[in-house]
Design a protein. Structure first.
Ligand SMILES: Cc1ncc(COP(=O)(O)O)c(C=O)c1O
Length: 468
């Protein structure tokens, strides 16, 4: 297939994702209908409000509606045959996609600067779907060691059971360690932009150079960074994943996830170099081209949607998709407040006598501040660690003295939250792993919300007053 044809197919798939099953027009659409699907070239704040929206030609609804339908009607017998044969990419069933989720998908793809996004039911589903499209039984993934605890558990339990092993690199600056970890069966490199709880920001460009040298796609979890603070594709990533439960939805009301295709990875070159990505490069059945032939720069996303999500079934409920596209409308504004408050609170905490250390890379005292300034404009999100005096007893006294901060698991919400990683997110890891990760008895993870920063500081002071 020519690149033009592939691009046309892709545009159609992106359009179909955003606007499938558009309600039949009460009258013929006017030729003056605005190009509501195309927000390229507009600023981030404009795209977070408009990208992906579509006009409801029946009612003129301004907000893209919540579309609840498990399936789609075929035009006629042959249309059904074509859709099932893969000759038409019009949707068959909502497990593959839904118009409400399509708004969120197109919006997120636009904000991240990718080609196509696939919305799924959780962040864990996003990570699994993203990697299952790349690796199968007998293959390996190489990951940076400092990642979300739940991802480490997922890799060590379910991935292992399915025959996909994950190797960890502890010093991401050490090329020799990467080279030792990457072998002929490696299928992807995995990392996060701003790992929690240590806020140890990642030098994406450095890892992208390793990935390029080994012909591997770089998969980046940008949950804590969000495209408002950093866009991994601009730093060499090939695929971005999100727990949209967090800042993207923003209000702590719904679970969701997404996989975004950067459209920039050369799958054929990787295969020539000995890697293997059969879901993307091989024909799924005789007479039908590969995903790459048919979907060009959206081939990977199509493989995730058709060959993983549709098979395994972690589709996003449309109501959660609705909350997601609404949440994204205010992303940059919320992130600005989240980070302004975090910078102030982190600097304040550092001065308190009951505090041993603060892990916030936006602080000049942090060892990764140079990377924070270069790649994150010194604004490293709102999830970070604070270590109080007195080990676990100090942590207990501090947490029990808080009122505004909610004691709970979760990050990236309007509400401020706190948790003790050693006895929660990291409770199942061997002591040696926690030691290497810096998960100590006195460490607490804060997620700074949108309350008044003065109130949050007063709350933290009240907690610290309890620390003996
Ligand atoms: C960085 C990161 N990725 C993925 C996840 C998993 O997301 P979910 O809880 O939506 O499955 C989390 C959850 O905390 C996270 O912090």
């Amino acid at each position: 297939m020519s690149p033009e044809l592939a691009a046309a197919e892709l545009a159609r798939e992106a359009g179909a994702a955003a606007t499938p099953a558009r309600p039949p027009a009460a009258s013929a659409p006017s030729p003056a209908e605005p190009p509501v699907d195309d927000w390229d070239g507009f600023g981030f704040d404009t795209r977070q409000v408009h990208a992906g929206e579509y006009a409801d030609l029946n009612t003129g609804l301004r907000v893209p509606p919540l579309a609840l339908s498990a399936g789609y009607v075929f035009d006629d017998f042959d249309d059904q045959v074509d859709r099932f044969a893969g000759r038409s990419i019009d949707p068959i069933y909502s497990r593959q996609g839904n118009p409400t989720n399509g708004v969120a998908e197109a919006r997120l793809a636009s904000l991240e600067g990718g080609t196509v996004a696939v919305a799924v039911s959780s962040g864990q589903a996003a990570i699994s779907s993203a990697l299952f499209a790349l690796a199968q039984h007998g293959d390996r993934i190489v990951s940076t060691a400092s990642i979300y605890g739940g991802t480490r558990i997922l890799f060590g339990r379910s991935f292992k059971r399915f025959g996909i092993e994950v190797d960890y690199v502890w010093d991401a600056d050490d090329d020799a360690e990467w080279d030792r970890a990457i072998g002929p069966d490696t299928r992807a490199i995995y990392t996060e932009t701003i790992p929690n709880p240590r806020n140890d920001v990642t030098d994406l460009r450095r890892i992208a150079a390793v990935a390029a040298r080994h012909n591997l796609p770089l998969v980046v979890d940008n949950t804590v960074g969000t495209p408002a603070l950093i866009r991994p594709f601009e730093h060499g990533a090939s695929i971005v994943v999100h727990s949209t439960t967090k800042f993207l939805s923003g209000h702590g009301a719904s679970i969701g996830g997404a996989v975004v295709d950067g459209g920039n990875f050369d799958w054929e070159a990787a295969e020539r170099a000995g890697r293997s990505y059969p879901l993307i490069t091989r024909a799924p059945r005789p007479g039908l081209g590969s995903m790459l032939d048919r979907f060009g720069s959206g081939a990977y996303a199509r493989a995730v949607r058709e060959a993983v999500v549709n098979d395994i079934g972690p589709s996003l409920a449309p109501f959660n998709g609705f909350l997601l596209h609404q949440g994204m409308e205010t992303l940059s504004l919320r992130m600005e407040r989240h980070v302004d408050s975090s910078l102030r609170i982190a600097a304040w905490l550092e001065e308190q006598p009951e505090v041993e250390s603060v892990d916030y890379a936006g602080l000049p005292s942090h060892p990764l501040h140079g990377i924070a300034r270069r790649d994150y404009s010194g604004r490293t999100g709102s999830v970070f660690g604070v270590t109080v005096r007195g080990g676990i007893d100090g942590a207990r006294d501090f947490v029990n003295g808080l009122r505004v901060f909610s004691r709970m698991t979760g990050i990236g919400d309007t509400r401020s939250m706190i948790i003790h990683p050693l006895t929660s997110t990291h409770a199942t890891f061997a002591g040696e792993i926690n030691e290497r990760l810096g998960i100590t008895p006195g460490l607490l993870r804060l997620s700074v919300g949108l309350e008044s920063a003065d109130d949050l500081i007063r709350d933290l002071r009240a907690g610290l007053d309890r620390v003996r």
